[in-house]
Unconditional design. Structure first.
Length: 530
């Protein structure tokens, strides 16, 4: 029968242990069963591997002692911090250490300092593997069958464990998002957001073991998701989710952290939430930026109107405590907003851009409200550019008709409403380009000015009646690409039109003759009478 190694226990606890043993009468319990188990794990050379050990008891023992051994040539160091994490102090005296001082074993002692027997529990030991550990090597973790001491001498079973060295890419912990703001929650009330835990290791990386999800404030907790409760594993390239709940129990601000503890490190998610009373207002602004782009100096000022809306809960009030602008002086704001907005109500804020010189300018409109502070970025560039136009506008231009050998002319005009001069050049193409002309065909249009030009069509001497001539006048500007276009020119030879001479019908001639005779007779009588 195995005897308990009292010399391994601290002297200060020997009397407590003796009392515990005497209280149980040191009786051998024939049907008592206990078991020890070590997990099988995989680790990369130079990496850390968490190995768990478990003690399962029928509740008959108040003290245990044991040891498991391993080949230390491939292990740089051992971390015993969580070796007896399953036994809560001060109810138990616990210790884990290297018994021989050569780090080739894990020795543990656990003693119930009260009268209750030891529960089933265990712990975790972290092995730091040597970088030189060969791929595929198996480091056996073997129970020392000669060093099982369990009070009451029950039947003991043990299961050895191992660490398999697996070279390749490491597991990589990824936790998103890095922070969560639950916003305003009416107290008492809850809100839930999702955290994604991923193993971002490439193909061939080992599984990622998440051993704990720790919250620093009790207002936040894990309430579900696909990951399950720790410890859970995430394979390379995979992910799972944790549903995090914020519970507002009072009207106050809550902040905390979620620590995701894994076999390759810890990632932290910052958590924040606000417990509020009554309906919660919302803030919406459209558009969300004031981006003026490039504006010509001659087209200043320019304005963008933003609409602010309370899109919060029914019955809520949005308090607009401050609306202000900061930044370059070329921007300014004017507001038509009241101090408060009921749910669904809107108001407007106008941002104006007015510059006297070229340049790029920035600023920020800030709205301070009872639901937070919001910023609208303001950007714009002032530049001197030409804004060119032509009259007649681009498109069909008919110069008319005239006899062969005639020159037909028409006048046009280039204009520039911009703040910088712009160059214009034109050329004529097409089947009859030789009979058309544009004078001048190129030039500079001053800012705010105009330049006239003449279009002409010289009809050939040998042209025949009804002939039509066409060409294209193509105009462009290197300074204003929006100006480019084409006039479709046309002219033609006039056709001769015969002028009809009206004649009387035969009956009209007869009537006309009779009238002449009557008039003549009257005239003869008149002269005779005189």
């Amino acid at each position: 029968m195995k005897m308990y190694s009292w010399e391994k226990l601290p002297k200060a606890l020997s009397r407590v242990a003796s009392v515990a043993l005497l209280s149980l009468g040191m009786a051998s319990i024939a049907n008592a069963q206990v078991s020890f188990e070590i997990s099988d794990e995989i680790g990369a050379p130079g990496g850390s591997v968490s190995v768990s050990w478990n003690y399962t008891s029928d509740g008959s023992a108040a003290a245990i002692e044991g040891r498991f051994n391993f080949d230390n040539t491939l292990i740089d160091s051992v971390d015993y911090t969580s070796c007896t994490a399953g036994f809560d102090a001060p109810s138990h005296f616990t210790q884990c250490l290297d018994q021989n001082g050569t780090e080739d074993n894990v020795f543990f002692q656990i003693l119930d300092t009260g009268s209750a027997p030891l529960p089933s529990a265990g712990g975790t030991i972290v092995f730091n593997l040597a970088a030189s550990a060969p791929d595929g090597t198996v480091i056996d973790l073997l129970w020392d069958e000669t060093l099982f001491v369990v009070e009451g001498s029950p039947a003991v079973t043990s299961t050895d464990g191992s660490i398999t060295v697996q070279a390749g890419p490491p597991a990589v912990l990824g936790v998103t998002p890095p922070s969560i703001n639950f916003g305003n929650v009416i107290s008492p009330g809850t809100a839930t957001e999702t955290v994604t835990i991923a193993n971002n290791g490439t193909a061939g990386a080992p599984d990622l073991d998440v051993t704990a999800l720790t919250f620093s404030d009790a207002a936040f907790s894990a309430v579900g998701g696909t990951c399950g409760a720790p410890t859970f594993s995430v394979s390379a390239g995979s992910s799972c989710t944790v549903d995090v709940e914020f519970s507002a129990a009072a009207v106050q601000t809550y902040t905390g952290d979620l620590d995701v503890v894994s076999s390759v490190g810890t990632e932290t998610v910052a958590l924040e939430g606000e417990g509020t009373a009554g309906p919660v207002a919302g803030f919406d602004i459209d558009p969300t930026t004031a981006a003026f782009g490039t504006v010509d100096l001659g087209d200043m000022p320019q304005s963008i109107v933003h609409t602010i809306t309370n899109d919060g809960d029914p019955g809520s009030t949005l308090e607009l405590n401050d609306l202000s602008y900061s930044g370059d002086a070329e921007f300014g704001i004017s507001s038509a907003c009241p101090a408060t907005l009921a749910q669904g109500a809107s108001c407007t804020v106008t941002v104006t851009f007015d510059s006297a010189a070229n340049g790029t300018f920035t600023g920020t409109v800030t709205a301070v409200t009872n639901v937070g502070t919001f910023e609208v970025p303001v950007t714009g560039e002032a530049d001197s550019v030409p804004v060119l136009a032509v009259n007649p506008p681009f498109g069909p231009v008919d110069l008319g008709q005239a006899p062969a050998g005639t020159i037909i002319t028409a006048n046009g005009e280039f204009s520039n409403t911009g703040s910088a001069p712009g160059d214009v050049s034109c050329n004529i193409t097409g089947p009859d380009a030789g009979i058309f002309s544009a004078i001048p065909s190129a030039g500079t249009i001053p800012a705010g000015g105009t330049v006239g030009f003449e279009l002409a069509c010289r009809l050939p001497d040998d042209a025949e009646q009804g002939d039509v001539f066409t060409a294209d006048l193509n105009c462009s500007s290197p300074d204003d690409t929006a100006f480019d276009g084409t006039h479709n020119l046309s002219c033609g030879v006039q056709e001769f039109q015969f002028v009809p001479v009206p004649t009387m019908q035969p009956w009209a001639l007869v009537l006309f003759s009779m009238l002449m005779l009557i008039a003549g007779g009257i005239g003869i009588r008149f002269f005779r009478a005189s």
